[in-house]
Design a protein around this ligand. Structure first.
Ligand SMILES: *Cc1c(COP(=O)(O)O)cnc(C)c1O
Length: 229
């Protein structure tokens, strides 16, 4: 199936759940992204700053770029002028730097806090307690040029659907709790990003508002370094 066909199939499912699709284009060439764009897709996710910058320069300006991978503080300045959403915020320090660079660019940058839900050592993210600590801190309350729009989580990479379901369920429950306790008067806390190609159906059933899907849109990622494609 073509990229356009894949998007059309996915749209049937996302429409049913009223979920936003972030097409994850990491490692894929600009031609593939253009093809998805021509089929109507406007939101794309990348996980590396340099790759994102080069693609940003070559593609239509009305694309909404989401950063979904670990972000180093010293690289925030490169994406601050144009990034639509940073989904992978995993520390107060990073949030403070995003705020600083957003202010320089006279912008307010939408962010998601990445929450650690997987039963794996390698994944980045905050624990539930760390999220609460961050939201309670006076340093966070001072930040005027970022807006926390919600949470992002990655489930364990496993065939055990029950486990994935439980991880998403916990994150959804936590999200609802935060909405009640910290964002009662702020209805812009409204995004729950969970689910990728292998588990987006489970994520939609568990109440996500956004899925991040790569290989189901663009095909398998075989080559690691996108420029050598
Ligand atoms: C790569 C990636 C995805 C998409 O993965 P697929 O399995 O190709 O759908 C989603 N989220 C994050 C954080 C990723 O790094």
């Amino acid at each position: 199936m073509s990229i356009a066909d894949n998007l059309k199939e996915l749209k049937k499912e996302t429409d049913q759940y009223n979920v936003t699709l972030v097409a994850v284009s990491k490692t894929k060439p600009v031609e593939d992204i253009q093809e998805a764009y021509d089929a109507g897709q406007r939101i794309f996710g990348e996980n590396q700053v340099q790759e994102l910058m080069e693609k940003y320069d070559k593609l239509p300006t009305d694309i909404e770029w989401h950063l979904i991978g670990h972000l180093q503080t010293n690289k925030v300045k490169y994406i601050a002028p144009f990034i639509s959403m940073i989904q992978s915020v995993d520390s107060l320090k990073l949030l403070q730097e995003i705020n600083k660079q957003a202010e320089k660019n006279k912008r307010v940058i939408d962010c998601l806090l990445q929450v650690y839900i997987a039963d794996e050592e390698t994944k980045y993210g905050l624990s539930f307690d760390e999220v609460i600590e961050l939201l309670r801190s006076p340093e966070y309350l001072e930040l005027k040029n970022i807006r926390i729009r919600g949470l992002m989580g990655i489930a364990t990479n496993t065939d055990n659907e029950k486990q994935i379901k439980e991880e998403f369920y916990e994150l959804d429950t936590f999200f609802d709790g935060l909405t009640q306790s910290f964002f009662r008067k702020d209805d812009s806390f409204d995004e729950l990003s969970m689910g990728m190609s292998s588990d987006y159906k489970i994520a939609m059933e568990q109440g996500c508002t956004m899925i991040r899907v790569g290989s189901t849109v663009f095909g398998k990622r075989v080559i690691k370094h996108w420029k050598n494609n």
